[in-house]
Design a binder for this molecule. Structure first.
Ligand code: ZN
Length: 324
């Protein structure tokens, strides 16, 4: 029998209540439904424990976002408006609570990692977060889940040096904004080149500001980039940079929209690549972070590829321990 490392999946039923317009919008509740269905029938199923996400507090969120924005977001949802800042960012009355619980997923995952729970936490959350800026919703994102998580890890568990690896097809402009002048949080993003892709940031020349110069690493890939190119840049640039930075903890902003069948990007990743990425993230965490990895779901909109990609990623991450 094949054994995998225990894995916590962080979720909440309220994530399904965030209605982006009746199922027409790519960032829809079915994204989570297909993932749960796939994991339920996976070889991984016996090794998974499901945990319910806590709600992020105002203090947690204000570690990155402006208070006036948080009020505006709450008012917009509760007043019954259907979007904020741009029609991409659809919301409903229930969305505000879902957004707080999505941000709280990372915090629950961190507590588990620090309190002798499994070494691997996957936050199966929506809405996603990496485009959200301190006072603006963008690209289906409202609160920056990864940024809030990194600050929580520092504040509540005393882990100072955090690496965030973001391999969603799109640049995580909000995460970069949160930490670009901070030498203690290293933001690394591998994404489709901003000339061709939303949100138009993430050029290789963007390396951080002030004291944070060198603690931002952007690796834009050309449209059509495949598994071989992704793995090349991971080995050539990301792994050596982490050897120098030596993070105490690792956050993975896990987006699956680089899949060849996902029309939200021009990247051409296979499903199998996500398995290899899982193995590499696990190895990096083993080398630097006592094996602990917090993964937070970002994009991924082709439902079958998303479900298969998440399963492959988690199989790679949880690795094979024993073969009999
Ligand atoms: Zn994306």
């Amino acid at each position: 029998m094949t054994q995998y490392r225990p894995l916590a999946i962080i979720t909440h039923p309220q994530y399904l209540a965030h209605d982006t317009g009746g199922g027409e919008h790519p960032e829809c509740a079915d994204r989570l439904r297909v993932i749960h269905r796939q994991l339920g029938k996976s070889l991984l199923a016996p090794f998974i424990s499901e945990r319910v996400a806590m709600k992020a507090t105002r203090q947690d969120i204000l570690a990155y976002h402006e208070e006036s924005y948080l009020f505006r977001l709450e008012e917009t949802a509760l007043r019954g408006q259907t979007y904020i800042d741009h029609r991409d960012n659809q919301i409903c009355f229930e969305s505000f609570e879902a957004i707080l619980l999505s941000a709280g997923g990372g915090l629950t995952g961190i507590d588990l990692l620090e309190e002798q729970g499994p070494d691997l936490s996957f936050c199966c959350v929506r809405p996603p977060g990496h485009h959200a800026e301190k006072a603006a919703a963008l690209g289906f994102c409202f609160i920056n889940n990864a940024a809030v998580a990194a600050r929580y890890w520092q504040r509540c568990h005393g882990r100072q040096k955090i690496a965030i690896i973001d391999w969603d097809a799109h640049h995580g402009n909000g995460i970069q904004d949160a930490f670009e002048d901070d030498p203690d949080v290293f933001y690394i993003s591998i994404h489709e080149h901003p000339t061709f892709s939303f949100p138009g940031t993430g050029y290789a020349e963007e390396k951080g500001l002030g004291a944070g110069v060198g603690a931002t690493l952007n690796i834009p890939l050309p449209p059509g980039a495949d598994d071989a190119l992704f793995l090349h840049v991971l080995e050539r640039y990301v792994e050596p940079a982490l050897d120098v930075f030596r993070p105490e903890r690792l956050i993975v902003a896990a987006g699956f929209d680089g899949h060849v069948l996902d029309d939200m990007s021009g990247l051409s990743y296979s499903t199998e690549l996500f398995g290899v990425i899982g193995e590499r993230m696990s190895a990096l965490a083993g080398k630097h972070c006592e094996g602990k990895v917090l993964s937070i779901l970002e994009g991924g909109y082709h439902l079958d590829s998303l479900a298969a990609g998440v399963e492959r990623y988690l199989l790679g991450l949880a690795g094979m321990r024993v073969k009999e």
